[in-house]
Design a binder for this molecule. Sequence first.
Ligand SMILES: C[S@@+](CC[C@H](N)C(=O)[O-])C[C@H]1O[C@@H](n2cnc3c(N)ncnc32)[C@H](O)[C@@H]1O
Length: 359
Amino acid sequence: MRTDLFDKHYTPNIIARKLISSVRHLKPTLIADLAVGKGDLLFEAERLWPNAKFLATDIDRVAIRRLRRMRKNWQLGCCDIRNPRSRANCTALRNAFGAASLILLNPPFSCRGGTRFPIETSNGSFFSSTAMSFLLTAIKYLENSGTIVAIMPNGCLYNQKDYQAWEYLRSKFTVSIIGKSYLKVFPNNAANTIIVRLSPYRKMAKRRNNCFIKRSKVNNKINVSIIRGCQPLYKVVNKTSGTILVHSVDLQNHHVYLNGRFGFNTNRVVEGPAILIPRVGKIKKEKIAIYYENDSIEISDCVIALKTSTIVNAKYLHKRLIENFNILNSHYVGTGAPFITISRLKKVLKAIGVLIENE
Ligand SMILES: C[S@@+](CC[C@H](N)C(=O)[O-])C[C@H]1O[C@@H](n2cnc3c(N)ncnc32)[C@H](O)[C@@H]1O
């Protein structure tokens, strides 16, 4: 088999570290890379989690042989990961279905002549680009509460052939673009890249609401700090590093979608747990978003964050805002686009039994 045909743009250390640092809070037991190459992503992971088990495959026999010499305790196999028969015959992958708690991936990107690959998913089959087909295949080896971090071509965010794949991924995972525009870091590779993290989807139960303040069954009051974003979006230039900027369009389906746009490093930085709501524009229930991660984000001047001390409190505050949505909604007013002021928001919070720390 000719192995020179497979994109071997191995991950530079700086990117491997960025990838791992985005999941450093996890405690994975089985970590996998299904297109492992020289193994740099797993070596970086091994530094942080020396006691984890490691699983790796690659189509390149030479690469796997080399790794076998270096890591006798890793589960290693030579496999064409896109070929179901090759996967079935690969001993390393036996019993690996739905087993990995963390998958790291830097798949080949080349997609000559608009080639599309058929992929079987739990939502039926559809076509995707090369890189996306690796990502969708890797998911099969992920346990239910598992996380994948992958380096992907920037283009797959926008191209038509991966549209269905993203829809599918968003229905199954919390999708975050945690880094963007690594153009020059891959030697001899012109592709602009992004880092995508797929973490477990957190479902939000639908709540009834009406105009009256809902009594809380829980008798405790929670404290929040209010942080109003100050970064005007028109000033955002195409930065390639920094803190990720969250704008009101990134509040979707009760989640904060990290889209990889970077802010100015102002002091309006928020760490989870927090509730993010739009300051300007029509408020919808699904725009009341919970941000769980401890990674810092910057918020645009169209977003307000309500920082809580614990995830339990964030969930509780979220529940209270949804239950009393009509009260919140009625405080968005304005002659043009409706907006809420901090003082109007304080009134809402007090009305629903929330104490404000930074008054
Ligand atoms: C871009 S390199 C990344 C290698 C490594 N994961 C890293 O980050 O440095 C892509 C790897 O995918 C492997 N590869 C290409 N086609 C493959 C296939 N069909 N199945 C499994 N591995 C494949 C190549 O041999 C190469 O090692």
